[in-house]
Design a binder for this molecule. Structure first.
Ligand SMILES: Cc1ncc(COP(=O)(O)O)c(C=O)c1O
Length: 415
């Protein structure tokens, strides 16, 4: 078992203990070198055709990290007015923002229209609503290519069992609705789900979407969505990264086929979220108790399900490394369950894992926490969300979001 933290020199010139004592735990720590390298991989995905990567900011919407994504040449997609506001604040120009909402109000659509942000509509009703507020305008539509994929049924967003998108059999009604409002459909998009290591379902969805594209007048862009996987078992099982090189060749061949058949070259886009920041983030927590209940050993930490929801929400696996006396330890392995400090039995970070011996005072490092980590954190049990720190390219740490204060939590009460 190889240490990811040591292999990547994750903490730079700092150490886990120094970061924990300066910023407290729990703490999200990001490594800029790893992040920039992953962003570069994404932005250079397709070189043969006009191509843009929209970073899907729901995965991690830290303002400072958004600015890094912008510097690395990415555009972005937003799911809400809040995400659009944040992107504008980060410096993304409107033409680099794509609003891909689901079931939103006219007000949210108006915000996009007033800021010249292109909107994708994902049902006939939403298209109709958009037409009433922006007659004669242009838009995109989100289509369901009939194939879904993802790490859990809750994140599969195409195929038969999903609330998202417009299906092939609804296209006639969709065109009629667009015509009713004189809307020009300039783009189509899809997103089939989150986290696939096998590219075949995605490539199948590309084939299907490109077939649907033939039913439209010349399109400005075609967006294939995100979902590229990250090896969450890289330490425990030596899981290999998503093979972008072979994926890119197969993807490009499908685009070749479309360009030949359609006789024009649109702008192609994808919109990954997880891949951009996942491996560049580690969640650091402190062990406050070790106990044995009915033969089961538990390490009790300050990493509650309010800090990292994925294991509780999806049963997701995160590799874990243990730091004892400021060093990664591999000593005296035993089976142990790592839990948090929330009043729920499902408050489990890592269940029955073979891990080095853990003692009170050790630090627990949850790997691959940079995506859907802080972004899904909450103040459940009236706990303050943690701080976020970036290990910069020169190795020094920088606070990029402070932890919540009690005032932050109580601000909304009007008594
Ligand atoms: C519309 C849309 N695009 C892109 C993404 C990003 O997916 P991922 O983080 O798996 O790359 C999502 C995630 O749910 C999404 O809903």
């Amino acid at each position: 078992m190889r240490s990811y933290l040591e292999a990547t020199d994750f903490w730079g010139s700092a150490s886990a203990e120094a970061l924990a004592s300066e910023f407290g735990t729990p703490l999200y720590v990001y490594n800029e070198r790893i992040i920039r390298s992953n962003l570069k991989r994404l932005s250079g995905l397709i070189t043969k055709y006009p191509y843009v990567t929209n970073y899907s900011i729901k995965a991690n919407s830290n303002l400072y990290l958004l600015q890094i994504a912008l510097e690395e040449g990415l555009s972005a997609d937003a799911m809400s007015e809040g995400e659009m506001r944040l992107l504008l604040k980060a410096g993304f120009p409107p033409e680099k923002i794509f609003f891909v909402p689901n079931n939103v109000s006219a007000d949210e659509m108006k915000f996009a229209v007033e800021h010249n942000i292109i909107v994708s509509l994902d049902s006939i009703d939403q298209l109709d609503l958009f037409g009433t507020i922006n007659p004669g305008g242009k838009c995109s539509v989100r289509l369901n290519p009939g194939v879904g994929a993802g790490h859990h049924e809750k994140v599969v967003t195409a195929g038969k069992n999903t609330k998202f998108a417009i299906t092939d059999d609804q296209l006639d009604e969709m065109f009629a609705t667009a015509a009713k409002h004189d809307l020009r459909i300039v783009g189509i998009n899809q997103h089939i789900g989150s986290l696939f290591m096998d590219p075949e379902p995605f490539l199948k969805s590309v084939v299907n979407l490109l077939e649907m594209a033939m039913k439209f007048d010349k399109l400005d862009f075609i967006d294939f969505g995100g979902g590229y996987g990250v090896p969450y078992h890289k330490v425990s099982e030596d899981e290999q990264p998503f093979d972008f090189d072979s994926f890119e060749k197969k993807f490009e061949a499908l685009l070749d086929g479309f360009v030949e058949k359609a006789g024009y070259v649109p702008l192609f886009k994808t919109e990954p979220g997880r891949y951009a920041f996942c491996e560049g983030g580690v969640l650091l927590g402190r062990v406050h108790a070790v106990k044995t209940n009915a033969d089961r050993k538990f390490a009790g930490t300050d990493i509650g399900m309010n800090v990292l929801a994925r294991p509780t929400l999806y049963g997701s696996w995160h590799d874990v490394e243990i730091i004892h006396d400021n060093k990664v330890t591999t000593d005296d392995p035993e089976v142990i369950t790592i839990v948090g400090n929330i009043c729920e039995s499902g408050d489990i970070i890592a269940k029955e894992r073979l891990l080095p011996k853990i003692t009170t005072g050790d630090l627990v490092c949850v790997l691959d926490a940079g995506a859907y980590g802080y972004a899904m954190a909450s103040s459940y049990n009236v706990r303050r969300r943690p701080a976020e720190v970036l290990i910069q390219l020169d190795g020094t740490p920088k606070l990029i979001r402070r932890a919540d204060t009690w005032e932050d939590l109580f601000r909304g009460f009007e008594i």
